[in-house]
Design a protein around this ligand. Structure first.
Ligand SMILES: [Zn+2]
Ligand SMILES: [Zn+2]
Length: 91
């Protein structure tokens, strides 16, 4: 059985990834000297048919879970592992 994942990533205004090491205060101010701040969060599903992007991290997480729930029943998609490997090369 194929399990899809839709990892959530945080991004800077220039689309680069804001890694976990970039900590922020509870009000969203960056604590890392090289971090311009989180501009938006994004989740892309390994099924390749879904992605979601919003400035609200919690909102993206919610939509992500909602979408993943649609995969838990009768999922006969193809080789998601291959897509995962291809995806590593992007960004
Ligand atoms: Zn950052
Ligand atoms: Zn999906």
């Amino acid at each position: 059985m194929t399990t899809h994942r839709a990892p959530l990533t945080n991004h800077h205004p220039d689309d680069s990834i804001c890694p976990k090491e970039h900590r922020h205060t509870s009000s969203g101010k960056p604590l890392h000297p090289e971090c311009p701040g989180r501009d938006y969060s994004q989740a892309i599903c390994t099924c390749d048919a879904w992605q979601f992007k919003n400035s609200g991290k919690g909102y993206v997480d919610e939509e992500r879970k909602r979408h993943l729930a649609t995969h838990t029943s009768a999922d006969r998609q193809g080789p998601a592992i291959l897509r995962d490997l291809l995806r590593l090369d992007r960004r």
